[in-house]
Design a protein around this ligand. Structure first.
Ligand code: TXA
Ligand code: MG
Length: 519
């Protein structure tokens, strides 16, 4: 089958194309079209055979009922047995819009459309192209999301074409959708009404209009023995090809935990075939610059959750294209819409989630600062040598000096020694130690007792401040090389290298012990 793809301008809808699309629907064909939530795969909802075609094109199990889309509120009573009290209040407030209502169906709706159920899901979408298609297609258009079953829902016509080109008659291309996650589904046949799928119309918004609303418990827990009330919710759709893990917690904790996991996977993880893992990270505009490993994509801004719903499925598709093996995603909580966001992310992750706090516990220090007198010789040498160590955890590794009045360059002899050992340190500029460098997750290692004493005298005692030799159980401090011969610098370098190896071993041993306790 050749799939016709037609661009439609919402501001100036092409009548001829819409009429053609409407005719296709009336004759039992399939037309994909934009709605404000996601693209739908439209068919005549009152035609059993059209429903069968829909299931075939999507590769979707036929026990999974379809939503009937209407273009007039008054069309609702034509296909349902009865209208429960609160229905009118809801349709008045939220239609056209991202809200689907489940009601008792009447005989006009075939069982093929409802997957054998006596209830029917109905919604009036808020998109002029969708409404025009429904009107011209006979008034009742069934439309599941226009993706192949198991793929993320489509939010552009391009996504639809990726999945369904050659399998359907037409795609109406109306550009990007506005919301990006599917409609909220509310079962009006139970008392109180029950949310079967969270969406842009939140529980809070519904309750403002009709009072108490329940949420299907099976949506909340991962291993509920009960089947969800919306048959579609039991399938692991929205699934990216990669394994996905959701990290939950405060945003700042989440970032640190994902950094830890990504570092471990990137540096030490190997796939069955010996290749390194390709790592994807779902970050936000606010956090994306903080990651150091993996392919990092922003799903939107935490300040504006609408940007997140909008990009959600597109991001999952992008990661599919890039062939990542594992995706770590930040989690969202705190706003009403987060129920919808987390529902989709958790489904994509097959409900694999880890609290950030569990991961954070495994790492004591995230930053190591080597402190010398003037930060132009021993400190920066230690910093560079330590960066070369194999470390089980990721650290920011820096150096500071106690007496630095201006950014002094590196000591030339130290620079020469480092060059001989293939480390270019010529760019180094000395930095002064400041009170703000003392934080709960920073390990501060001074070259001599003198610097430790100075820090404590100036800023007070802190348990993370040690002399380097004390921390690694060595007798000898790292003495200043200033004014000594090149040979003595070389000896100093060798000593530092041994110290750095010992330091790495100590931190790695601690990391391993914690990790083994955890697993
Ligand atoms: O935003 C949306 O609702 C989009 C756009 C295209 O309108 N459509 C959509 O359809 O998401 P679909 O087929 O991907 O999801 C429909 C969901 C499924 O989980 C299905 O099980 C549930 O609605 N559903 C449909 N009829 C139902 C019924 N009678 N009782 C319970 N759940 C029902
Ligand atoms: Mg779907």
């Amino acid at each position: 089958m050749k799939t016709k793809i037609e661009k439609i301008d919402r501001m100036q809808i092409d009548e001829a194309i819409m009429e053609e699309a409407g005719q296709i629907i009336k004759q039992g064909g399939l037309v994909a079209f934009p709605t404000e939530t996601v693209y739908g795969l439209g068919a005549n909802a009152l035609d059993e055979e059209a429903a069968r075609k829909t299931y075939t094109a999507k590769g979707r199990p036929s026990d999974n009922p379809l939503i009937v889309h209407i273009a007039e509120k008054s069309a609702l009573e034509e296909i349902v047995e009865e209208l429960p009290e609160e229905t009118k209040a809801l349709t008045d407030r939220f239609w056209p819009g991202p809200l689907t209502l489940i009601l008792k169906k009447n005989a006009r709706v075939p069982y093929g459309t409802t997957g054998g159920l006596d209830t029917v899901a109905v919604r009036m979408p808020d998109d002029p192209i969708a409404l025009e298609l429904i009107r011209r297609g006979g008034g009742y258009v069934s439309a599941p999301s226009a993706n192949t079953s198991g793929r993320p829902s489509p939010t552009t016509a391009q996504h639809v074409a990726e999945d369904l080109d050659g399998k359907i008659d037409m795609i109406l291309d109306g550009g990007n959708v506005n919301i990006g996650v599917e409609s909220t589904i509310v079962d009006m046949t139970s008392t109180p009404p029950m949310i079967l799928r969270p969406g842009a119309v939140t529980k809070e918004m519904l309750e403002e209009v009709i009072g108490e609303v329940e949420t299907d418990r099976t949506l909340l827990s991962e291993n509920s023995p009960q089947a969800p009330k919306a048959p579609g919710m039991k399938y692991r759709h929205y699934a990216p090809k990669a394994q996905m893990i959701l990290i939950e917690g405060f945003p700042s904790d989440t970032v640190l935990a994902i950094k830890q996991l990504a570092y471990d996977k990137a540096v030490f993880g190997r796939k069955g075939n010996g290749e390194p893992y390709r790592i994807g990270i779902i970050a936000t505009a606010e956090t994306m610059s903080q990651y150091t490993y993996g392919t990092v994509k922003s799903i939107g801004s935490r300040e504006n959750r609408r940007t997140i719903t909008k990009n959600l499925y597109g991001i999952l598709r992008e990661f599919d294209e890039e062939g990542v093996d594992i995706i770590y995603s930040e989690g969202f909580f705190g706003e009403a819409i987060d129920a919808a966001i987390m529902n989709r992310l958790l489904k994509a992750a097959g409900h694999k989630r880890i609290p950030a706090s569990e991961i954070l516990k495994l790492q004591t220090y995230r930053k190591i600062i080597f402190v010398s007198k003037d930060d132009n010789c021993r400190g920066p040498m230690a910093e560079r040598l330590f960066q070369r160590q194999t470390l089980l955890q990721e650290y920011d590794i820096e150096s500071r000096g106690m007496i630095v009045l201006f950014p002094e360059p590196m000591n030339p002899k130290a620079e020469e020694i480092m060059r001989r050992n293939e480390v270019d340190i010529s760019e180094h500029e000395a930095l002064a130690f400041e009170e703000k460098d003392i934080t709960p997750d920073t390990l501060i290692l001074t070259m001599e007792k003198a610097q430790k004493r100075k820090i404590i005298t100036e800023y007070g005692f802190h348990p993370n401040i040690f002399t380097l030799n004390e921390y690694i159980d060595e007798e000898k401090e790292v003495e200043s090389m200033y004014g000594k011969s090149l040979e003595e610098y070389e000896a100093g370098y060798l000593e530092l290298e041994i110290y750095m190896r010992k330091l790495a071993r100590k931190l790695n041993t601690e990391a391993k012990e914690k990790w083994e306790e955890y697993i």
